[in-house]
Write a protein that binds this ligand. Structure first.
Ligand code: FAD
Length: 292
């Protein structure tokens, strides 16, 4: 199918892009990698009157990995972030999750920030941003940029906290704290498909190797990434004597996924519990130094 008619804009800098977006009367969409937006338009599930292509904007294809975390600009492609050794050192959860995002060809074109702005609860990167407590930097015409915490950015399926005329300029993924391990696991019908269920886990140990903090974010488990703090459920025990099955049962009981043609709600709930157990064990072992 072909998309409905639209006006195409190709601004050359951020100011111009924001001015064009502001002038679309709320009926404009940002075009980044186009890996979600164009299929939606071709299927006539989206029909914006204006497309504002940001691919000519200078300074947005940045990936900055520092001691405090990774800042990814709006034109950094999935593949670039996935391949960066420095990113993998500072925040390994990004590389683990990116390996599950679609296929290499799509990752060559699709952007990390576009994936967040798309706000699909079945997508991997919103869960990663949510479990890490990251943020999205949002700009609009005539106003200073603002940082929106992950917990406030995902409002519902395909509903980011972006007002008409706003553009996400970058996203920030905090670094892994000391004695912390991370893991991302998912089950999809075919490799590269959206996850039927998935779990991102972050586990931090204290000086005595006991669980000091355990968080998960569940994919395809609700209208937005479902973040659960499991620290109390872990009972501040060493990883080896933590009852991971009981902790995972708590995850299973707290999520409320929908069923669809890919999986029933019950199957998704079961899978989420199984994956939570797996992800938490891997993250705890990594925190304890048992994984390279
Ligand atoms: P676009 O398609 O350009 O935009 C997506 C949405 O975000 C649009 O509404 C757009 O207006 C908005 N947007 C984009 N950038 C900005 C910005 N800077 N500021 C404000 N709004 C913005 N994704 C997954 O997460 N997991 C998968 O397993 C997966 N599998 C896929 C399989 C196939 C076959 C295909 C075609 C896609 C798949 N995707 C998957 C989707 C895709 O990988 C991402 O959603 C996509 O890369 C998002 O980035 P983009 O740059 O292409 O965004």
């Amino acid at each position: 199918m072909k998309p409905p008619p639209f006006d195409y804009h190709a601004p050359h800098d951020l100011d111009e892009a924001l001015a064009v977006l502001a002038g679309t009367g709320g009926d404009g969409k940002v075009l980044a990698g186009g890996q979600s937006l164009i299929p939606l338009m071709n299927m006539r599930l989206a029909a914006p009157a204006h497309l504002v292509d940001i691919n000519r904007l200078a300074g947005l294809a940045t990936v900055e990995a520092g001691a405090d975390g990774v800042r990814v600009g709006a034109l950094a492609r999935h593949a670039e972030v996935e391949r960066s050794e420095r990113v993998a050192q500072v925040q390994p959860l990004l590389r683990s999750a990116l390996g599950h995002v679609a296929h290499p060809v799509i990752r060559n074109r699709g952007t990390v920030v576009g994936s967040l702005a798309h706000a699909d609860p079945s997508a991997e990167l919103p869960a990663v941003l949510a479990v890490l407590g990251g943020s999205v930097r949002v700009a609009r015409h005539g106003a200073p940029p603002r940082d929106v915490p992950a917990g406030e950015f995902f409002l519902g399926p395909l509903e980011p906290a972006l007002a008409p005329g706003e553009l996400a300029v970058s996203a920030f993924f905090p670094a892994v704290p000391p004695r912390t391990g991370t893991a991302f696991v998912e089950v999809a019908r075919r490799h590269g498909d959206y996850a039927m269920a998935g779990v991102a886990a972050v586990v931090t140990l204290d000086d005595d190797q006991r669980i000091a903090a355990a968080l998960v974010a569940c994919v395809s488990a609700g209208p937005v990434p479902v973040v659960l703090d499991l620290t109390a459920a872990c009972g501040r025990r060493p990883a080896a004597s933590t009852d991971w099955a009981a902790v995972a049962a708590e995850v299973r009981d707290r999520v409320d996924p929908d069923g669809d043609i890919h999986a029933t709600a019950g199957y998704r709930r079961h899978l989420t519990g199984v994956l939570a157990r797996r992800a938490l064990r891997i993250a705890a072992a990594e925190a304890a130094g048992e994984y390279g």
